[in-house]
Design a binder for this molecule. Sequence first.
Ligand SMILES: Cc1cc2nc3c(=O)[nH]c(=O)nc-3n(C[C@H](O)[C@H](O)[C@H](O)COP(=O)(O)OP(=O)(O)OC[C@H]3O[C@@H](n4cnc5c(N)ncnc54)[C@H](O)[C@@H]3O)c2cc1C
Length: 422
Amino acid sequence: MKKLLILGAGTGGTLLANLLSRKLPHKEWEITVIDKSPEHHYQPGYLFLPFKLYGYNAKEDIVRPVREPLPHSAKFVQADVYLIDHKNRAVHTSAGNFDYDWLILGLGCRIAPEEVEGLEDAMNKNAHTFYTLEGALKMQEALENFQEGHLVLNIADMPIKCPVAPIEFVFLADYYFHLKNIRDRVQISLVTPLTGAFTKPVANETLHRVMDEKNIKVVPNFALESVDADNKVIKSYTGETVSYDLLCSIPPNLGPQVIEESGLGDGIGYAVTEDKTLKSKRAENTYVVGDCSNVHTSKAGSVTHFEAEIVSENLLREIAGKEPHPDYDGHSNCFIETGFHKAFLIDFNYDIEPVHGTFPIPGIGPMSLLENTYLNHWGKMAFKWVYWNLMLTGRLPGDPLLPIRMSMSGKKLDEIKQHGGH
Ligand SMILES: Cc1cc2nc3c(=O)[nH]c(=O)nc-3n(C[C@H](O)[C@H](O)[C@H](O)COP(=O)(O)OP(=O)(O)OC[C@H]3O[C@@H](n4cnc5c(N)ncnc54)[C@H](O)[C@@H]3O)c2cc1C
């Protein structure tokens, strides 16, 4: 019996277990999935919990048992992965050692508040993060008690997973305070190490316009050095300070320690990965999917989905004795909630930044790219059902409805030249 070992039963690990259990003959292949958590979280729901919006009120609204979306034919082991001994093709865990023929790393990333002076202390006082379930629920309580003052969202460092989530948070905060009739008593700021709200010029310009309309201040180029919870101040390495009454922190995001300690990482825990085949550059017979890879595209569920399809194809090719295809183009696709039941939709890859256009059918849509519409918002609302029923199970439609490799049709690519981009 040949052995496929999948580390992580999050978005990427679960999806690949489903895709490959349908393609690999059960009599020849044993698929084992290992994860330390008994739960699978729908992480996009962390964004809505602090505001109790759109039916996201409590833990039950986003959590399912980890076994539920996994295929019956795969074995699940709940264990902490301690070491990947790739030279001997074995993985050491709290439930013993597992050897493998092929390995998939889908271990996600983690927040590391301990990396910033004073941030852990602040997170017990007047700072919270919605990047964990626990943090999102604490933020819910803090917002319920917040009646006036300065709400500051600070991104400590890049990269972070779902880089649009902080932007969505400040937009939803604006909407939430309007609903509570206290918007005029609250200032909202987005304090970021980036040069603007978003990195890509065309989308950045559009998002800044909406920030201005909603009276949300953007403080760019702020590399966080420390947090002083007692005086409610964040300080940058250049000495700039911003005072807050309530801090929403996105702490540094690091890759899994086990990837680094096993010699597969880039120095901050992300697995060093070939950007087009998605193979590990450090270990044989190993593919990488999702947030734990160091490829230069967003860390997002949509990216994890597109990558998983490529990993599945390439792994099957290699098992059949063929070369993997260098096919992954960095495709990423995200909704950006703006409050008042509207959202943007962006679609981009390694080379092409988000521009205006229609999606998925060129010239028809029905979704609009880089436009703030009701339909995009309802697309995001539908994503939860799509996630549990189609995405994790590996049953999303591919071309032409949801192409794995980004389609250029329906996109106003000349906007990139106008902004001097490429
Ligand atoms: C607030 C927020 C909002 C988001 N919104 C969106 C969105 O709107 N759209 C979108 O596309 N994406 C969104 N994302 C991102 C998306 O959730 C992730 O990109 C996606 O889940 C990544 O999948 P993954 O499989 O790489 O990692 P994960 O799904 O995080 O899974 C990693 C798994 O590895 C396990 N693990 C880690 N270390 C170990 C270990 N040592 N031993 C055993 N198990 C281990 C963990 O328990 C976990 O189950 C959002 C994320 C956040 C935080």
